[in-house]
Design a binder for this molecule. Structure first.
Ligand SMILES: Nc1ncnc2c1ncn2[C@@H]1O[C@H](COP(=O)(O)OP(=O)(O)OP(=O)(O)O)[C@@H](O)[C@H]1O
Length: 785
């Protein structure tokens, strides 16, 4: 052993041998308060050395948590399997030395209140601030060279004028310059890859409109009539309904200048009957989600795809990931089969072959299969200087993609117990000054957790009673309850019950008198109409606003003026990360993004963040975030530790609020469970950073305002352990036998065993999940078409 280590072990802080103060007489609550103050005092003088800091992932026994004597024996309030009793006192838990023994505490109460500030895992990476390059030029902005005009790329002056006068688009972006030129003059299949927010939609739509317009001109010149019945010439497929709608909106804005070309849209979640009627009338360009289009091809005879000459797969990698491969294969084979049909009357200018374009900010080799189904000898159109690693045969093995250069990135290292308070502190700080941040998006891994956090953020001010009052911000169009929520409908009182109808509400947790913040929620379990109206409301909201959402909003969505993206839950893959943060810093604008990471293995993810070659990458520590967010006077960071008390009080008040209502408690537990399940679904290559075995479930539960004992935390797919041994369940054994040691591994955390049925083949797993979702007839988290 090195000497240094020995010395460190023997070094004791001043005051380490200070005798403990004892308190006698008075009420027990007063004694507890006095003891707590003494402990805080002692901790401040002695630092945090009085107890050893556990290694990350080390399982703590319950007696290391503060167990609050709940006064008289509580009534049994059975919720799930856990017995709860509520303290009568807003006691909070800096670690106390004179705590009752574990068995005694258990006998008195089943409720565990731990301190936010003790036994937190330490960061394993030194806290050095990364140098920022402030002078970075935007990389996805329109070009400012006078020679780069739309007409020089092959667009008609009518279209170019329309772009300038009606859409205020003066010059092309770098990817538009390359793609428009190529697609206007050639019928070669293409991959279009460029950063988020670089204008890829127009990069493929403009050449399509230009060329269909040329066909219409050719027909007119040949004495033929061009109208909506002349044929469906272009098909654009997108993985999500929201994205399909957005593409359709851009298309409509272009077609204003050539109104004889008719566009249309078919997506899941809409009425099929009206879609059929529109298809019957005819259209020249169709935007669709693959599932719905495949369905129409099977059941809507009138849909003729024999003349389709442009097929665009927007977010091609995502289409593949979500298991749309079969649908796309069906669509392509129907098109191949029908295109052989000879046209009664040849159409002048109609290309011989179909051009397929696949585009995304993160297109890489694993779309190979989709490529073989749909593309022939594609060329690559890209402006991203991303580096690729090739194998011996020259195939791309690994490709790094970059985020827009002007996007300022950061990561926050926050221990599990402090995650929620840190998020609220960050939001308080974000919306502190009026006008500094107008729109912020916070990504959360699953729908249940989105609902839970939305309810927390919009709950009534604890000091103002709103019990029973109707929430004035309930969206006009109300939904039936979301599939993810089992509680009974009809509770819309703000802040006091589970919100099932609300998708918008005032963000009372971080609003100030000067700066009122509106909060919105969005996930795939909401009805389509609600999703659409919520996105619209968020987009149009003139007040500062926060969208709390799942990855349903991560791809392709162009929400204007988003200043900040917070990845509260880490993304499932590095590609998802780039798409999420790409909701800000679009088309040359500024933007900021922060990802929350827990101390320990998650910190290794910083290396993955660096792969995107961020020009700015700043580290934020939990303490700094909490200090700023819970500072006494906004903006003033004081030297004393009052912010600790304020953060603790906020947390404890929230825990009581959750415990107060069985529905809310159930909602918190469901959110926790779904979060943990989602955590195990990171792509195989990144699971090392998000290792479930290292997750401290007891600590994490605090971020869901739960006071459940660690051993009582249940997650479907996990079994509580009775003996503390690492026994493996039947399913795990079977799975292990079937898939080898890597798959079906059993993880143990805090007396809970998870029997993971992770499939080594991620894509296959996702495909199966997709199929299952669709069979269930429910909207998946991924918002399938
Ligand atoms: N040439 C241009 N000049 C100015 N703004 C543009 C230009 N082209 C596109 N935009 C705007 O840039 C924004 C982003 O465009 P778009 O959604 O097509 O980006 P994208 O590359 O598809 O992003 P993502 O990869 O996130 O899907 C839109 O608001 C669009 O109107």
């Amino acid at each position: 052993m090195a000497d240094d280590g020995m010395l460190l072990n023997f070094e004791l802080p001043s005051g380490a041998f200070t005798p403990k103060e004892t308190f006698r007489g008075g009420k027990w609550t007063d004694r507890l308060k006095a003891k707590k103050s003494a402990d805080v005092r002692q901790k401040r003088t002695a630092g945090h050395f009085s107890r050893s800091i556990p290694k990350f992932g080390e399982v703590r026994s319950e007696d290391e948590e503060l167990i609050v004597p709940g006064g008289p024996p509580s009534k049994r309030a059975r919720t799930g399997d856990v017995e709860h009793s509520r303290p009568r006192d807003p006691t909070y838990g800096h670690q106390t030395s004179g705590k009752p023994s574990q068995s005694a505490a258990k006998g008195m109460t089943g409720e565990v209140i731990s301190s936010l500030f003790t036994y937190n895992p330490k960061s394993v990476v030194p806290s050095t601030k990364t140098v920022q390059d402030e002078s970075t030029e935007p990389s996805n902005a329109p070009l400012n060279n006078e020679l780069d005009t739309f007409t020089s790329l092959g667009l008609s002056s009518t279209l170019a004028n329309h772009l300038l006068k009606k859409l205020e688009i003066k010059a092309p972006t770098a990817i538009q310059r390359k793609a428009i030129e190529q697609l206007c003059r050639s019928d070669t299949d293409a991959f279009v890859q460029a950063e988020t927010g670089s204008g890829k939609t127009l990069a493929y739509l403009l050449p399509i409109v230009q060329r269909i317009n040329a066909i219409s001109q050719g027909m007119k010149d040949a004495g033929q009539t061009f109208n909506r019945e002349s044929g469906l010439f272009a098909l654009v497929l997108a993985p999500t309904r929201e994205l399909a709608k957005q593409i359709n909106t851009v298309l409509e804005s272009l077609l204003i200048c050539c109104h004889w070309i008719v566009g249309g849209i078919v997506i899941g979640g809409e009425k099929k009957k009206s879609e059929k009627a529109r298809l019957r009338k005819g259209m020249n360009v169709l935007v669709a989600t693959p599932g719905r289009l495949a369905d129409h091809l099977e059941h809507t005879e009138v849909l003729d795809v024999s003349r389709v000459r442009w097929l665009v797969l927007d977010e091609g990698d995502r289409l593949m990931e979500l298991g749309f491969e079969d649908d796309i294969q069906r669509i392509v084979s129907v098109m191949n089969l029908r295109s052989k049909k000879t046209l009664l009357q040849p159409i002048p200018g109609l290309p011989e072959r179909r051009t397929t374009v696949m585009c995304s900010a993160t297109l890489k080799a694993d779309v190979d299969h989709l490529k073989t189904i749909t593309l022939k000898d594609p060329i690559s159109i890209s402006v991203d200087p991303a580096e690729a690693r090739f194998d011996q045969d020259g195939a791309v093995m690994e490709q790094a993609f970059s985020a827009p250069a002007q996007l300022k990135q950061g990561y926050a290292v926050v221990p599990p117990k402090q995650r929620l308070v840190a998020l609220v502190a960050m939001l308080k700080q974000t919306f502190k000054r009026k006008g500094s941040v107008m729109k912020c998006i916070t990504f959360i891994s699953c729908a249940d957790s989105v609902d839970f956090h939305f309810d927390i953020f919009t709950r009534a001010d604890p000091d103002a009673t709103t019990e029973g009052k109707e929430d004035p911000t309930t969206t006009a169009e109300s939904d039936p309850p979301s599939k993810s929520s089992k509680a009974k409908p009809g509770h819309i009182a703000q802040g006091n019950t589970i919100s099932e109808t609300r998708t918008q509400g005032p963000g009372l947790s971080f609003s100030t008198k000067e700066n009122g913040v509106q909060v919105f929620r969005l996930h795939g379990s909401l009805q389509q109409a609600t999703r659409t109206s919520t996105l619209k409301a968020f987009t149009k909201c003139a007040e500062p606003s926060l969208l709390v959402c799942t990855d349903v909003a991560s791809r392709g969505l162009d929400l204007p003026n988003v200043d900040l993206v917070i990845e509260y839950d880490p993304p499932f893959s590095k590609e998802d990360h780039l798409h999420r943060i790409g909701r800000t810093a679009r088309a040359g604008k500024d933007g900021r993004a922060v990802i929350f990471l827990m101390p320990g293995c998650e910190e290794g993810y910083v290396e993955v963040l660096k792969e995107g070659r961020p020009r700015n990458l700043t580290r934020h520590d939990a303490e700094d975030i909490l200090k700023k967010g819970f500072a006494a006077t906004s903006g003033v960071v004081s030297n004393n530790r009052d912010w600790e008390d304020r953060a603790t009080e906020w947390q404890l008040e929230l825990e009581r609020w959750v415990l107060d209502n069985p529905q809310r408690l159930e909602q918190a537990r469901r959110a926790f469970q779904s979060h943990v399940r989602a955590y195990t679904t990171h792509v195989a290559a990144e699971r090392g950073y998000f290792d479930f075995q290292q997750m401290h479930l007891g600590h994490l539960a605090k971020a869901f305002a739960l006071r459940d004992k660690p051993g009582s935390l249940r997650v479907p797919g996990m079994r509580p352990r009775s003996d503390g041994t690492a026994s493996k369940g039947k399913e795990a054994r079977r799975s292990k036998a079937a898939n080898g040691a890597a798959a079906g591994r059993s993880a143990r955390t805090d007396g809970v065993e998870v029997e993971s049925n992770r499939n080594t083949d991620e894509a296959e797993g996702r495909r199966k999940m997709h199929a299952k979702m669709r069979n269930l007839g429910g909207a998946s988290e991924f918002n399938l078409g």
